[in-house]
Design a binder for this molecule. Structure first.
Ligand SMILES: *[C@@H]1O[C@H](CO)[C@@H](O)[C@H](O)[C@H]1NC(C)=O
Ligand SMILES: *[C@@H]1O[C@H](CO)[C@@H](O)[C@H](O)[C@H]1NC(C)=O
Ligand SMILES: *[C@@H]1O[C@H](CO)[C@@H](O)[C@H](O)[C@H]1NC(C)=O
Ligand SMILES: *[C@@H]1O[C@H](CO)[C@@H](O)[C@H](O)[C@H]1NC(C)=O
Length: 793
């Protein structure tokens, strides 16, 4: 026992200084706005849980924003530089197929003659659409000379076809940008490609276009009223009613507002639309949209002094289909345009609000230096922006028959007066944590026992996908955002460029330059095996079925032998749902037990890390029959790792109970019996054992804190297995908390940890480190023989 005592004595000194440093930094860096995920999983943990598979691109330079989900053929197509990949939806990393499509030598030469760098002069695939049931349309930059082609994929999965259609290569001008970095958005409907892109080599001509084999229709060239420095983000064809001739194509983009002096000003987000059947005009607006209108999308929060904070820069857009194909829900991920304050927000828009804005007044200003007002004069017939359809009276069989007056009006009044406000007139999600950028959004609609939920998957610039639900409270008119999981989907930090979702397969497909990851939407068992664990998770995918936390299926999906399910997404009220299931005493008995030995005046950590990062940890000291809460002071500090005694007194000895409280539910995680040994006894033990023993003690001391009951420790990077990784752990730790001088960290670690040689010598003497089984002590007798120490295993 004296050995373990000395181990503890040695390591604690090291640990103490680290912990103090950490506490100071923690206090400095955490803002009031940051919200913790309930569960945080590293890439390694996702991997170990079999929740993810990653395709690393076979050395190709991926174009991760060019991804297409093809559930019919069970494939995921991914564009890259000079390659098109076809991946399995089951496992993206198995049996990829590929089509090589590099630019020719002469194309590359020509590109470089135009003054481009060699790396730009390649075929970067930027447009990828399902052309029809058997073919894909794929376009690439073609070394600054865009090209398109059709790829055959066959009728069914069994065809296993993936090859170019013969002689299908065609010019990609107007279908694909020249520049690999140019933003574009496209959608394909009934054989026609709708695309927002810069159509020219110099990136001057931003346009919304439609291409089929016969015609090319687009916005006016050099018309800043229509488009001004647009950044194209999203597009979708959405029917208005059952008349296909009334279908509209919506484009989502940002542009600059032209101010009175014609000088560029603020960036705004717009939704623009055209009729899918727009044929342009006959005498004027030939091959130009005769129905293009646009209006502003607002996403803002009210400030305390009446000044709203606007999120005007659209980062990504997700169109969530519903059973009603006329009314998908539109999710926009926005950021502020301010250089000082970078915040992010998600706003949701209803189609009826978008349509109402387009049916409202046109925007008008007498002169450029005036303010916009609603246009109040008579508007020509048919209403500018409407489609030539039966629903609109059937008086015109094509836009070519529209009176000139209508075309002239639509040309000079492309903007609507009313903007589109989001659902509830506010964002559903706000993120103001500094440092992290949000890049992508995908949404799933999930049926839970207490209603439908939107599960938001948000990609960041550091390889993370955040899984949120948002809950609107009607009574208080407030929005609650719950960060269920934080998933690090790639090992290396890289911006997430695309998130596709397959509700059918319950998978996300996440693209970045470093790979394409497939991630399961949920892993209910991870939350724990008890009713309360499952209930507190508030994950609409999961419910407690009486035995485990498992996938929740609404009534009717499985008709036979449906067990009673417990789930409360809205409130996470485990007290009400689960408390009756287990009496308090029983939980007390079931809590894990540990024994910790410490030396008087030394520092000691009683470790307790709950699985949920949102749980509040409480400590109680049990002395005789009394139990009272440990509140902490300057000597005893409550840390995110546990209870830290800076100088242990003999009166500190006792039984400590670690409890967590989450949504009012109390979990007893563990009981720690702290023994405090008198200083002199240890001194004498040290002297008796001599120098070699001291060295041994030091080496033994090189064990990092063992993980708590959690499989997901608090982001401090400690390995799941203490022992040989402990040195790394401390190095990571020092670096993580901002101890920047790598050389000093190295030296420091060398001093603290012994050389491998010494370690081996000790291993022979004491057996391998960290190999001890973590048995639960049943009683004092037993536990003295096999103690479960904190910091010392
Ligand atoms: C992951 O899969 C492997 C092999 O299929 C299996 O041995 C392992 O137990 C799985 N791990 C988990 C956590 O399910
Ligand atoms: C898809 O389009 C290609 C090219 O136009 C054509 O050869 C093929 O027959 C079409 N497939 C179907 C199922 O219509
Ligand atoms: C496009 O039209 C031309 C001429 O009308 C025709 O030769 C060509 O095959 C068509 N291409 C496709 C892909 O349909
Ligand atoms: C820890 O205890 C040992 C042995 O009593 C003592 O030598 C050492 O100074 C103590 N460390 C601290 C930080 O108090």
């Amino acid at each position: 026992m004296s050995v373990s005592v000395m181990m503890a004595a040695c390591i604690r000194t090291v640990y103490l200084s680290l912990m103090l440093l950490y506490l100071v930094l923690l206090g400095m860096t955490h803002t009031a706005h940051s919200i913790y995920p309930r569960i945080r999983l590293s890439h390694k943990e996702l991997w170990q849980l079999n929740r993810t598979w990653v395709f690393q691109g076979h050395g190709a330079s991926l174009q991760p924003q060019t991804m297409l989900l093809d559930e019919g053929h069970e494939r995921l197509y991914v564009g890259a530089k000079n390659i098109l990949f076809s991946l399995s939806l089951d496992r993206v990393n198995t049996h990829p197929r590929e089509i090589q499509w590099a630019s020719t030598e002469s194309q590359i030469e020509e590109c470089m003659m135009k003054g481009r760098e060699k790396p730009e002069c390649a075929n970067y695939l930027k447009v990828l659409q399902q052309y029809n049931q058997t073919h894909l349309l794929v376009c690439g930059t073609g070394a600054f000379n865009p090209i398109c082609a059709l790829v055959k994929v066959g009728h069914t999965v069994q065809d296993r076809l993936f090859a170019f259609e013969d002689d299908s290569v065609m010019s990609g001008r107007g279908r694909c940008p020249y520049d690999p970095n140019s933003p574009c958005t496209s959608t394909l409907s009934r054989g026609e490609l709708y695309i927002g892109l810069y159509t020219d080599y110099w990136e001057n001509d931003g346009a919304l276009c439609r291409l089929n084999n016969q015609t090319f229709t687009r916005t006016e060239r050099n018309d800043r009223q229509q488009l001004n420095e647009p950044k194209f983000v999203g597009s979708a064809v959405i029917p208005d009613n059952d008349d296909r001739d009334d279908d509209k194509v919506y484009f989502f983009f940002t542009e600059r507002e032209v101010d009175a002096e014609g000088v560029n000003k603020a960036v705004y987000t717009r939704v623009g639309r055209v009729c899918a059947n727009d044929q342009g005009g006959q005498r004027m607006l030939v091959n130009r949209w005769s129905s293009f209108l646009k209006t502003r999308l607002i996403c803002s929060v009210a400030g305390p002094n009446g000044i709203d904070t606007h999120f005007d820069d659209l980062e990504d857009l997700f169109v969530l289909s519903t059973k009603d194909d006329k009314n998908p829900e539109i999710f926009g991920l926005f950021s502020t345009t301010s250089a000082v304050f970078k915040g992010y927000a998600v706003c949701v828009y209803h189609m009826e609000d978008i349509r109402a804005a387009f049916n409202g007044p046109f925007a008008y200003r007498e002169r450029p230096e005036h303010h916009w007002t609603p246009y109040e004069d008579k508007v020509p017939y048919p209403r500018p922006g409407s489609c030539a359809s039966q629903v609109n009276g059937g008086g015109f069989s094509s836009s070519k028959e529209f009176p000139d007056e209508v075309l002239r009006f639509v040309r000079s009044h492309p903007a609507m007066y009313r903007p589109v406000l989001p659902q509830h007139h506010r964002p559903v999600l706000l993120q103001t944590e500094p440092g992290r950028k949000l890049t992508q959004i995908a949404v799933d609609r999930v049926q839970a026992q207490d209603g439908h939920y939107h599960v938001l998957y948000i990609g960041t610039d550091d390889s993370v996908v955040l899984k949120f639900i948002t809950i609107y409270n009607k009574d208080t008119d407030t929005m609650e955002e719950v960060l269920l999981e934080e998933l690090q989907v790639f090992k290396m930090p890289a911006p997430i460029r695309e998130i596709l979702i397959s509700p059918k397969r319950q998978q996300l497909y996440v693209g970045s330059e470093v790979g394409v990851a497939q991630v399961r939407l949920h892993q209910c068992a991870l939350y724990g095996s008890e009713c309360a664990d499952c209930c507190l998770a508030r994950d609409p995918y999961c419910a407690w079925d009486g035995l485990t936390c498992s996938r929740y299926y609404p009534a009717g999906v499985y008709t036979k032998s449906r067990r009673f399910r417990r789930q409360d997404v809205r409130h996470g009220n485990a007290v009400q749902l689960c408390n009756g299931l287990q009496i308090d005493d029983e939980k007390w008995q079931r809590a894990e037990e540990r024994f910790v030995y410490s030396v008087e005046s030394n520092s000691t950590l009683l470790e307790c890390v709950p699985r949920s990062l949102q749980a509040k940890v409480l400590w109680f000291l049990q002395k005789e029959e009394e139990r009272h809460e440990v509140r902490g002071d300057e000597r005893v500090i409550m840390t995110s790792h546990g209870l830290l005694f800076l100088r242990v007194k003999s009166s500190d000895a006792g039984v400590y109970v670690c409890q967590t409280v989450e949504h009012g539910y109390v979990h007893t995680l563990l009981r720690v019996t702290l023994h405090v040994l008198r200083g002199e006894r240890v001194e004498s033990a040290m002297t008796r054992n001599g120098d070699e023993e001291k060295a041994a003690v030091q080496c033994h001391a090189s064990i990092g804190p063992s993980p708590g009951p959690s499989i997901s420790p608090r982001s401090l990077g400690q390995p799941s297995v203490p022992g040989q990784h402990s040195k790394l752990w401390y190095k990571d730790f020092l670096q993580l908390i901002g101890y920047g001088d790598a050389q000093r960290v190295e030296e420091y670690c060398e001093r603290v940890w012994c050389s491998d040689k010494k370690r081996k010598k000790i291993k022979r003497k004491y057996g391998p480190l960290g190999g001890e089984k973590r048995g639960k002590g049943r009683g004092d007798e037993n536990s003295h023989r096999a103690p479960r120490h904190t910091l010392v295993t």
